[in-house]
Design a binder for this molecule. Structure first.
Ligand code: HEM
Ligand code: HEM
Length: 182
């Protein structure tokens, strides 16, 4: 397969990983918003277990995606895109990557802090990152929810509006280079 950097579109692998993360995140927010509220002594119900498992999978896929990107690069910018838009888009892309690493780790730490087992679909248990009720780590639950519900969704909203703006207003190839078949 040709390296991404020489093509005018993202490679099949980059596209697959992008849309896989989108699909996993849609499922993850459905679990997050429908699972029982997590308080002291809440048991790990099916939905909470799915939230933990999907979160760990998202973390793993994002790590693979980042390694892939660092090794293969990205296609050159579309010609004619103003410099400020290029700068803004790379800031948003990097913030999205950072959030998709930080958010699951915070959730995992918070589950450990609450003494809730984090298992991968009941197949095996993930290692503990911190001890239950470890002093100073209580904030991780609130921060996890705030970053997900507000910052991540706001940035994704901006990202999607930008993609649609390129396609429907500027009529350039920015959206198409992330779509299958191009
Ligand atoms: C990118 C991945 C993830 C996203 C987008 C995400 C999103 C969310 C959201 C939106 C909430 C708040 C639900 C509400 O509004 O009440 C939440 C709560 C929670 N999530 Fe996640 N989550 C992710 C990964 C994980 C992982 C990997 C774990 C654990 C292994 C986890 C554990 C928790 C816990 C314990 C809470 C309850 C926090 C509290 O209220 O104190 N999450 N998650
Ligand atoms: C959960 C939602 C999403 C996340 C977390 C996300 C994340 C990302 C990231 C991190 C990149 C940068 C790829 C790289 O260069 O390494 C990217 C690129 C891209 N995304 Fe998304 N994305 C999401 C949803 C969407 C949606 C719904 C669309 C279409 C409407 C879209 C369209 C694009 C396009 C067109 C690019 C390439 C931009 C360019 O070539 O400069 N994304 N996305």
């Amino acid at each position: 397969m040709a390296p991404t950097t020489t093509a005018s579109h993202y490679s099949g692998t980059a596209k697959t990983l992008h849309w896989l993360v989108v699909a996993l995140l849609i499922a993850q927010f459905i679990f997050a918003w429908t699972m029982p509220h997590i308080g002291r002594n809440t048991p790990v119900s099916t939905l909470i277990g799915l939230h933990f498992s999907f979160g760990v999978v998202i973390l793993a896929v994002v790590v693979v995606r980042l390694v892939w990107r660092l090794l293969n690069g990205v296609p050159p910018q579309e010609p004619g895109v103003p410099a400020w838009q290029e700068t803004l888009s790379s800031i948003v892309h990097w913030l999205l990557y950072v959030l998709l690493l930080v958010i699951p780790v915070l959730g995992w730490i918070n589950a450990d802090w609450r003494g809730m087992p984090v298992s991968l679909f009941g197949l095996f248990e993930m290692p503990k990152l911190i001890a239950p009720r470890a002093a100073g780590w209580q904030f991780t639950g609130d921060l996890h929810g705030l970053l997900s519900n507000y910052l991540l969704l706001a940035l994704v909203g901006l990202h999607v509006v930008a993609a649609l703006y390129h396609h429907f207003v500027r009529h350039d190839g920015v959206l198409k280079r992330m779509l299958p078949g191009h």
